[in-house]
Design a protein around this ligand. Structure first.
Ligand SMILES: NC(=O)c1ccc[n+]([C@@H]2O[C@H](COP(=O)([O-])OP(=O)(O)OC[C@H]3O[C@@H](n4cnc5c(N)ncnc54)[C@H](OP(=O)(O)O)[C@@H]3O)[C@@H](O)[C@H]2O)c1
Length: 345
């Protein structure tokens, strides 16, 4: 199979770097173009980037020139890891000029004609993109905390019906991009506020878990509330979740729903699909970011500490890798789903 030539917008940032690492060896995609801000444009990638990954910059991209985001790029499909202050207009420009833009940014996520997509959760929502009034397409993935939350919730919503969800997040430093917080603000500390994050989790969760009738997505009728904290962990968001169901549920039914959960990417054999999308931990002190974030190459959600409070209410803890499942990994998974569905109704 001939590889699809792709570009990365915002290639120098935190998510851009993970995209480069994950796409470097991808069986379907080949990196052909990189873009960033006017500060980086015109330089070679290795001279512009503040590289933060343990492995060195893949040879095939180290000397690629950086284009200014918005310029025409020699690529068929674009991954966007642009800062939200510029992503809206630039992604729209590329889509209007015929590119498929797979975006990590928040700007277009809540538009009714834009899929807010996770292949393991709501793959059918992809076809709402057909309503977009230009030759290209914009496909988005959710905010990092939402990505883990909806993966753990989807089997519960499907099997039992959710009434309400309350989540308290403990979010890693890499979620704030580079350079993120000053060490003097976060060392020996916790910040109990992340601008805009609570609203994003509350809105996006309902859209992703919503029903799609072939034309429109109707947001799920679930009460969702969130409280977000930044913690001194490099990668891996942990979330404490309280869920209330529409009917009486037994603890074992929840565990079985998580363990048995499979969805379209398993059938389509998309390359980024984890063997176990949701991993249930029985140990009382698991999951933990340092121990579990890289299991299944960062594409799984870990759940544990499931406790019953009354016949309809349970709490549990979840963990995800925020820059892989919560950003670059799901963007690539979305691109794989897009390609596998191209030409199908
Ligand atoms: N980090 C996460 O865990 C995460 C998770 C989900 C979604 N996201 C979203 O993904 C996007 C990227 O996040 P990040 O954490 O990678 O951010 P980041 O580290 O701050 O990187 C931002 C990127 O945008 C580029 N950029 C900044 N200003 C620009 C401008 N005026 N014109 C063109 N390009 C510009 C930067 O290029 P220069 O290097 O040249 O400045 C850099 O490549 C954001 O929209 C973020 O909300 C992040």
């Amino acid at each position: 199979m001939k590889k699809t030539e792709v570009g990365i917008l915002g290639a120098t940032g935190m998510v851009g770097q993970i995209l480069i690492m994950l796409l470097g060896n991808h069986p379907w995609f080949e990196i052909k173009a990189l873009s960033a801000s006017p500060r980086s444009a015109g330089k070679r990638y290795k001279d512009a980037v503040h590289w933060l990954q343990a492995a060195s910059i893949p040879e095939a991209v180290a000397d690629l020139p950086i284009y200014q985001s918005g310029e025409p790029l020699p690529a068929q499909m674009l991954f966007s890891a642009l800062d939200a202050s510029v992503a809206g207009e630039i992604e729209m420009l590329y889509a209007q000029n015929g590119s498929v833009v797979i975006s990590n940014a928040r700007n277009h996520r809540m538009r009714p004609d834009v899929p807010l997509l996770m292949p393991m959760v709501n793959p059918d929502h992809l076809s709402v993109a057909q309503k977009q009034p230009y030759s290209g397409k914009i496909v988005t993935n959710p905010n990092c905390s939402t990505a883990g939350l909806v993966t753990a919730l989807q089997p519960l919503q499907k099997n039992f019906g959710l009434r309400s969800v309350h989540v308290v997040t403990m979010q890693a430093l890499s979620g704030a991009g580079y350079p993120g917080l000053s060490s003097l603000d976060i060392a020996d500390n916790l910040i109990p506020y992340i601008s805009g994050e609570e609203e994003k989790i509350e809105e996006e969760t309902k859209k992703i878990l919503g029903d799609f009738d072939g034309k429109n997505i109707e947001s799920a009728n679930i009460e969702v509330s969130a409280q977000c904290n930044r913690v001194n962990v490099l990668d891996g968001h942990t979330e404490s979740v309280l869920v209330s169901f529409q009917k009486e549920i037994h603890r074992e039914e929840i565990i079985r729903a998580w363990q048995d959960y499979r969805s379209k990417p398993q059938i389509l054999l998309l390359p980024s699909t984890p063997k176990r999308p949701i991993i249930w931990h029985t140990e009382a002190e698991y999951p933990q970011p340092r121990l579990h974030r890289m299991v299944e190459k960062g594409m799984a959600v870990h759940v544990g500490r499931l406790r019953q409070h009354d016949t309809h209410t349970f709490s549990f803890t979840l963990l995800l890798h925020n820059t892989i499942l919560g950003a670059a990994g799901t963007a690539i998974h979305n691109a794989e789903l897009y390609i596998s569905q191209k030409g199908k109704k």
